[in-house]
Ligand binder design. Structure first.
Ligand code: OXD
Ligand code: MN
Length: 583
């Protein structure tokens, strides 16, 4: 097999560089999947799980030092450093090609290079982008087959065009000293070496669909966002679509697959996507969104039939489990599973494990890779090439204090400011200390492929163009009382908040004006069927002025890094909030 002459030319160049013994072009067929699975089983790269209980499921373990995205080793490589901005690591393209080129050189000797054409988007959609990933990892190929529309479909979509993202990946020695994830927005290329962890190596996902796509979106007038997309269907049958940005491991997948509580009969939530939204203005002046992915790469620990029954059903077959416990009967287990822990098993590092050994059996960032089509709540619209119209955008983060359960921005510019100053406590999805508060604008801090100040500017520009823009809200499911207890039940009950948001989109739903935005009136969020008292609700919605003064000060400190590039609209909103707080 081969492709058009531009693809062939580039693949040949990379073959010269990496010198694989063999080159295999992937077509995405079931026959190919079965052949590669057999090969990966024979090398031990994956282990077959109990095929009666978990048909089509396999287990993979990463290297111990390779369990999460390595943000400190992730670079935006632009000619000018200011184009990467102060929040990204920067390397010049020259230096990056030289440094990584030396590692890639001959790196596939004795190995096979797989050529993986993939489509981010939906066949026939105007949103689409094509990538070709070259990799020496069958695990990557098998994951890409789930996460993207892979193989022939992508080459057919590309046709004779040379407009594709050149993605090169080699595991090399899995040595953290020689691990780099480099993005070249000016060349539409990504080079990743020294890792086998999904977020670093499934190059269609974070690298293309967010970092490079955010850059493309700015140039082409659309938006690539770290957002879930869901549809909320009311009892009267009408569905409203909401996009939501949350930092990694803050429950995006759970929210995207929400099951309404029994006390909200007639409501239904449809899943369109759980991680990435590409959005552009439609002829009606609304924002339309697609999920460019084809699968879910979700966090396993804590997933169970109570927290996310739709995810549990999605991962019951044809799923790759990474870094979980291998238990008796050749099945899998993790902390937070419905079943009690097995008496003994093998932990994510391949060591004998017992529940009393004092260590967790699954890694905190253990993952599942599962086809989105298997999700019982998957929206009939998820493959609509035109996307779905977005009524509201919600921004959520993990804050024990300060941010109320939900509030509405005054308008798009104010919403952009709220999103741009969003802060969250860190999680296990990236290496580093957990539970530390960091600013994570639009949940894009690790994923914005250009200067974040320009990204805020692009948001403001999009708002000026949209004649029928979505309303923007901030949510916080994680507010705690003084004893550290979560005040809000979360999960299915989050639908109560979504209901208020939809009411607001329809000019309904009562709200009180506060300095930070419009907060639901006590009683506006339906609590019937919960044990949340009106007092707790008051605590959840409380705006503490002292905390917000501190917040303002910390925002000012954080803004300094952007200097004069920070758009005026953001400063205006910051000043306006200061005024409202002092009034
Ligand atoms: C993810 C992440 O894997 O955000 O989605 O880290
Ligand atoms: Mn994510």
């Amino acid at each position: 097999m081969g492709a058009n002459s531009s693809v062939d030319r580039w693949v040949n160049e990379m073959i010269q560089l990496c010198q694989p013994d063999k080159v295999v072009w992937c077509d995405g067929s079931v026959e190919e999947r079965d052949r590669l699975t057999t090969e990966a089983l024979s090398t031990g790269e994956i282990t077959e799980l109990n095929q009666e209980l978990l048909p089509g499921c396999y287990l993979h373990r990463t290297a111990k030092n390779d369990v999460a995205r390595t943000e400190n080793l992730t670079f935006i490589c632009t000619t000018k450093q200011e184009d990467a901005g102060p929040t990204n690591n920067w390397m010049s393209p020259e230096e990056a090609y030289a440094k990584l080129g030396a590692i890639f050189e001959g790196s596939m000797r004795g190995r096979t290079m797989y050529v993986v054409p993939f489509l981010m988007g939906i066949p026939g959609s105007p949103f689409n982008k094509i990538g070709i990933e070259l990799t020496d990892s069958i695990y990557v190929v098998l994951n890409m087959r789930i996460m993207t529309r892979m193989g022939k479909v992508a080459l057919d979509e590309l046709g004779e065009s040379d407009d594709f993202t050149k993605c090169l990946h080699a595991k090399h020695e899995l040595d953290i000293e020689k691990r780099f994830i480099c993005h070249f927005p000016e060349d539409n290329a990504i080079w990743s070496v020294g890792s086998g962890y999904g977020g670093n190596v499934l190059l269609g996902k974070k690298c293309l669909a967010l970092r490079l796509a955010s850059h493309m979106g700015r140039n082409e007038g659309w938006m690539a966002e770290h957002m879930l997309i869901l549809g909320v269907q009311r009892p009267d049958g009408k569905t409203f679509y909401i996009a939501g940005a949350f930092p990694s491991a803050c429950g995006k997948t759970n929210l995207a697959m929400l099951v309404p509580p029994a006390s909200m009969p007639g409501w239904k939530v449809w899943t369109v996507g759980d991680d990435i939204a590409w959005m552009r203005m439609g002829p009606d002046g609304r924002l339309w969104a697609i999920n460019p992915e084809a699968g879910f790469f979700g966090v396993v620990p804590g997933t169970n039939y109570k927290t996310n029954p739709n995810a549990m059903r999605s991962i019951a077959k044809n799923t790759i489990y990474t870094n979980v416990v291998h238990g008796p009967h050749n099945t899998v287990w993790w902390e937070g599973h419905d079943n009690p822990p097995p008496d003994q098993g093998t932990d994510w590092m391949g060591q004998p494990w017992t529940p009393t050994c004092g260590e967790k059996g699954a890694h905190a960032n253990a993952r599942f890779t599962a086809p989105a089509s298997q999700c019982p709540s998957i929206s009939p619209e998820w493959t609509n090439p035109q996307g779905v119209p977005i009524s509201a955008i919600i921004f959520g983060a993990r804050r024990a204090r300060v941010a109320p359960l939900v509030y509405q921005s005054h308008n798009w510019q104010h919403g952009t400011y709220i999103a741009a100053t969003m802060a969250s406590e860190t999680t296990a999805a990236a290496l580093g200390a957990q539970g530390v508060v960091r600013r994570d604008p639009m949940a894009m801090l690790p994923f914005c492929g250009y200067n974040m100040a320009d990204y805020f500017g692009h948001w403001l520009e999009m708002g000026k163009k949209l004649t029928n823009a979505p309303l923007i809200f901030r949510v916080n499911w994680f507010r705690q009382d003084e004893n550290g207890k979560f005040l809000w039940p979360g999960f299915g009950d989050n639908l109560r908040v979504l209901k208020w948001i939809i009411d607001r989109c329809n000019g309904e739903g009562e709200a009180e004006e506060t300095p930070i935005g419009s907060v639901p009136s006590i009683g506006a969020i339906d609590l019937e069927g919960t044990n949340v008292s009106p007092e707790t609700m008051a605590q959840l919605l409380h705006v503490n002025k002292d905390e917000w003064y501190d917040e303002l000060q910390s925002q000012t400190d954080w803004f300094q890094q952007f200097g004069y590039q920070l758009p005026l609209g953001i400063w205006q909103e910051h000043e306006a909030l200061k005024d409202r707080l002092t009034r």
